[in-house]
Design a protein around this ligand. Structure first.
Ligand SMILES: Cc1cc2nc3c(=O)[nH]c(=O)nc-3n(C[C@H](O)[C@H](O)[C@H](O)COP(=O)(O)OP(=O)(O)OC[C@H]3O[C@@H](n4cnc5c(N)ncnc54)[C@H](O)[C@@H]3O)c2cc1C
Length: 353
């Protein structure tokens, strides 16, 4: 009998496990894959806050970037970030958090896929490796959460597929490129994230024809023949979830769409969600209140106090940018190049995107 079973040994599931196990509760984490951190489904671009929130070491840093270039066709605006932004090794990041969770006493079972659960006095969680009893079930199982489906929790409908390759060419190692416009893709952007002078993570996300959009983007951006490698594919579900809790069940991280709608970044919001989920879980266990009302008040309402407004703002910004025609965007980018406006934009914290 466990106090908490967490589905998903991604960074958010393992951070939540670490914080709960630290307080002496019995925590089991179930992971369907055989190795933590694989397959990678992330570009690994994060702000400095990630180190404070996750407590991982600087060993995960692959590159440091200071400039972002926002392109629309031949126009672009280049902004210098006041704070360094990091390109990280996502597998190392996941592994470090998982090791911390195990060190504090959480148990991680790999190659174990969650299927469903049955509720009696406690929950009986069914997996490919047998059943486990628990008081609380946490779904940290990503954008297509099975826990949400089984618990009958409705997820936001907005869904993008992201595809990324590693490309070898010549890059400015300090500059991230974001390519907007209908010729790139209708509802997101293409990105070039340098790992160093000779290698970059190049990708694109869209709700439709993402492979086709990415092929065109790569042809347009590189012009010469390149050999993309290390293909990754992942889902980005965004928007404010109606509720992330039901009786004995909570969702956290991508499973709860704790994602920045404008950029698809989920690591910062996920770490914030993990801390709040762990606090709520500990309170629930201490007070022995597992009903949805209690979980809603102590978890759903609490994280939304922090993240609902940024999510709504990101959603607004995303919809606004993609409602403009290429000509309107070109005009906006030219206007933004005026020094005073650029300074104002440079003052904007990258974390808001
Ligand atoms: C293409 C792409 C690029 C991205 N780039 C960035 C970026 O640059 N910066 C950033 O901050 N964010 C980025 N993100 C988002 C980021 O990857 C996620 O927000 C982050 O991985 C969320 O962590 P998580 O632990 O909630 O979920 P996940 O990392 O998805 O982990 C979920 C885990 O649950 C496991 N699982 C799922 N179902 C089951 C089951 N039934 N049983 C057992 N285990 C299960 C999975 O195997 C996985 O290990 C990107 C996403 C995509 C798709």
């Amino acid at each position: 009998m466990y106090d908490v079973v967490i589905v998903g040994a991604g960074p958010v599931g393992c951070k939540t496990a670490e914080l709960i196990a630290k307080r002496g509760f019995d925590v089991l984490v179930l992971e369907e894959h055989s190795e933590i951190g694989l397959p990678i489904k992330c570009s690994g671009l994060v702000s400095r806050r990630i180190f404070k929130l996750s407590r991982v070491s600087s060993d995960i840093i692959v590159n440091r970037v200071r400039k972002a270039r926002f392109h629309i066709k031949e126009n672009y605006i280049e902004l210098k970030s006041k704070k360094t932004v990091y390109v990280i090794d996502r597998q190392k990041f996941d592994k470090e958090i998982a090791e911390k969770a195990e060190y504090t006493g959480a148990e991680i079972k790999d190659s174990t896929k969650f299927g469903n659960y049955k509720k009696d006095k406690v929950l009986e969680v069914k997996t490919t490796k047998g059943s486990f009893k628990t008081k609380i079930l946490i779904g940290a199982d990503g954008a297509n959460s099975t826990v949400a489906r089984v618990a009958d929790i409705k997820l936001p409908d907005n869904l993008l597929t992201g595809i990324q390759f590693t490309v070898e060419s010549h890059f400015d190692p300090e500059t991230v490129e974001l390519w907007f416009g209908s010729s790139i893709c209708p509802d997101f952007f293409g990105w070039v994230i340098p790992e160093n002078e000779n290698s970059a993570r190049v990708g694109l996300a869209s709700s439709e024809k993402v492979g086709e959009h990415l092929d065109n983007f790569i042809k347009m951006r590189f012009k010469h023949e390149i050999k993309p490698k290390n293909k990754i594919v992942g889902l980005i579900r965004y928007g404010l979830i109606e509720t992330s809790a039901s009786d004995n069940v909570m969702l956290v991280g991508d499973a709860a769409s704790q994602i920045k709608p404008f950029s698809g970044g989920g690591l910062i919001y996920g770490m914030i969600g993990a801390k709040i989920a762990a606090d709520a879980c500990i309170k629930t266990l201490k007070e022995r209140r597992y009903d949805s009302q209690f979980l809603k008040k102590n978890y759903d309402d609490v994280w939304k106090k922090k993240l609902a407004w940024p999510i709504r703002k990101g959603l607004f910004l995303k919809n606004l940018i993609h409602s403009f025609s290429d000509r309107q965007l070109s005009f906006l980018f030219s206007a933004a190049n005026i020094t005073k406006i650029r300074r104002l934009l440079e003052f904007t914290d990258m974390d808001l995107l």
